[in-house]
Write a protein that binds this ligand. Structure first.
Ligand code: ATP
Ligand code: MG
Length: 138
């Protein structure tokens, strides 16, 4: 079933010049980029995005990280896109991420794990509405 998911390239990924590599892998998988922007995310957007983690010890650091520089927000569409993209990103903690995944190939620590992708279709819908409130071009 065709799904649309949200991918964020976090400031560390932008700083490491990985926009092209990450996007290349997504497109090579035959997933379509249907929304794309590079910008500095407002703190409010990031806090809403990570609302489920509010109160946890890493909430403030992760919000600080996401607002520390420009991010790429990308809407990605294709068959089983939500799960396919999650698997491509690898485990949240890069030391547990398999080689061949983005985190397994390019990241080492959980506080700089380079990307976000929606966990399930409900999260994808909520996150796309948050990060692309202006709507998608197609
Ligand atoms: P993301 O939501 O960013 O795609 P995820 O769904 O794999 O990652 P979550 O559990 O939603 O993981 O955690 C959100 C983010 O918070 C992680 O990507 C990571 O940057 C940070 N984080 C999560 N757990 C920890 C932790 N124990 N210590 C430090 N940072 C953490
Ligand atoms: Mg998450």
């Amino acid at each position: 079933m065709s799904e649309t998911t949200l991918v964020l390239i976090k400031p560390g990924g932008v700083d490491r010049n990985l926009i092209g590599e990450i996007t290349r892998r997504i497109e090579a998988r035959n997933l379509k980029v249907v929304g794309l922007k590079l910008f500095r995310a407002p703190r409010e957007t990031v806090e809403t995005h990570y609302e489920e983690h509010r109160g946890k010890g890493f909430f403030e650091p992760v919000v600080a990280y996401l607002t520390s520089g420009p991010v790429v927000a990308m809407a990605v569409r294709g068959t089983n896109a939500v799960r396919a993209v999650r698997t491509m990103m690898g485990a949240t903690n890069p030391v547990d991420a398999n080689p061949g995944t983005i985190r397994g190939d390019f990241a080492l620590t959980i506080d700089d794990n380079l990307t976000h992708s929606s966990a399930d279709p409900e999260a994808a819908e909520r996150e796309l509405a948050l990060w692309f409130s202006e709507g998608l071009p197609f």
